[in-house]
Design a protein around this ligand. Structure first.
Ligand SMILES: Nc1ncnc2c1ncn2[C@@H]1O[C@H](COP(=O)(O)OP(=O)(O)OP(=O)(O)O)[C@@H](O)[C@H]1O
Ligand SMILES: [Mg+2]
Length: 325
């Protein structure tokens, strides 16, 4: 028998078959996903795939036209319950520009019911975590874009929510700040058992950071699983990637036709051809020989592991944005 208490602690947030339209556009359709405690889930999708729309429904800002949002076993929870349990960092930076970092984090804590003293101490802690202590008395409008982004992530965490939902938290950040955010989120999952959901376009980061990845396109969930499982399920573990000096379609067609003799699965896009390979890399030599025989110059030839980005590109190939109803 399933213990409901355990089930809800492990999966504090679920959406079932949610859909949302904007006029003629079906931005999210029949989307179901479970958010588990202590897990970092990355949401990947091209621009316009519906990530923000989905996130806005997860966080109660937008009502689904169909389907259910279930928070701790409560269907269609109220705003109060949502804001107590979920911290949300929107894609567009929203901070109080005319308050200092310390003032706004303290104020946000008070809005969540903390005493002034506790709110201030939590604010100081977050400033330290996000490397903003030197700017604690600076007005938000005087911060750099990356600092404002870090402040907006900190604001979502003021009340130590059980579920943290972040819409592109790394957008516009320098590499050090991306690592900082990644470490903060990672330790939140591991030490505090927080459920973290984030959308991102950074495939390498998602592969490294996520316990689970959901790939969406045109409002639909295309694939879901650990990065390793998604990579393993979508072709060989290794690839041979060749970049050509020519992008002339006739040259590429002639070469792909000749490479077909090798019997490896192949995709060609612009001046790049990618073939499924194995760990030995034995394919590299015949590929080079065939290219030379066809008189096609190679600028780069690499034997490498299949990455999450390869999976993403093959699943979302040739599409942009939502679909018309
Ligand atoms: N309020 C709205 N009114 C009309 N259309 C909207 C609205 N919000 C989103 N859309 C449309 O819904 C589709 C999905 O948009 P959404 O912002 O969810 O995509 P996204 O995956 O977050 O994209 P990005 O990676 O660019 O942030 C887009 O075609 C967008 O134009
Ligand atoms: Mg978005």
């Amino acid at each position: 028998m399933i213990d409901r208490q355990t089930e809800s602690t492990q999966a504090p947030l679920r959406v079932q078959q949610i859909s949302r339209t904007f006029g003629e556009l079906l931005a999210v359709r029949h989307f179901s996903i479970t958010i588990k405690s202590g897990e970092l889930l990355s949401l990947l999708g091209p621009n316009g795939a519906g990530k923000t729309t989905l996130i806005r429904m997860l966080t109660g800002i937008l009502r689904p036209d169909q389907g259910e949002v279930i928070l701790d076993d409560t269907s269609q929870p109220g705003r109060r319950e949502i804001s107590r349990r979920i911290g949300y960092c929107p894609q567009r930076i929203i901070v109080w520009m005319d308050l200092t970092c310390l003032e706004q984090l303290t104020f946000a804590g008070e809005l969540y019911g903390l005493s002034h003293r506790d709110a201030r101490s939590r604010a100081m802690e977050l400033l330290e975590i996000f490397n903003l202590s030197p700017k604690k008395n600076a007005l938000a409008k005087t911060l750099s874009g990356g600092m404002q982004r870090r402040l907006s992530v900190a604001l979502a965490m003021v009340h130590k929510p059980a579920i943290l939902v972040l819409d592109e938290p790394e957008a516009g950040l320098d590499p050090q700040s991306r690592v900082l955010i990644r470490n903060v989120l990672h330790s939140l999952c591991r030490s505090d058992n927080t459920a973290v959901v984030l959308s991102t376009h950074d495939m390498a980061e998602a592969e490294l950071l996520s316990d689970r990845v959901a790939i969406m396109n045109r409002g639909m969930l295309l694939a879901e699983g650990t990065p390793e499982a998604l990579i393993a399920e979508n072709g060989s573990a290794y690839l041979v990637e060749m970049r050509l000096t020519t992008a002339v379609p006739a040259d590429i067609e002639r070469l792909t036709h000749a490479l077909g003799r090798l019997g490896a699965k192949m995709v060609a896009k612009d001046n790049t051809i990618i073939l499924d390979s194995d760990a030995s890399g034995a394919l590299v030599r015949p590929v080079r020989t065939i290219a030379a025989a066809e008189n096609v110059a190679i600028t780069e030839l690499r034997h490498r592991k299949r990455t999450l980005e390869d999976v993403f590109l093959s699943l979302t190939a040739g599409s942009m944005g939502g679909v018309a109803k």
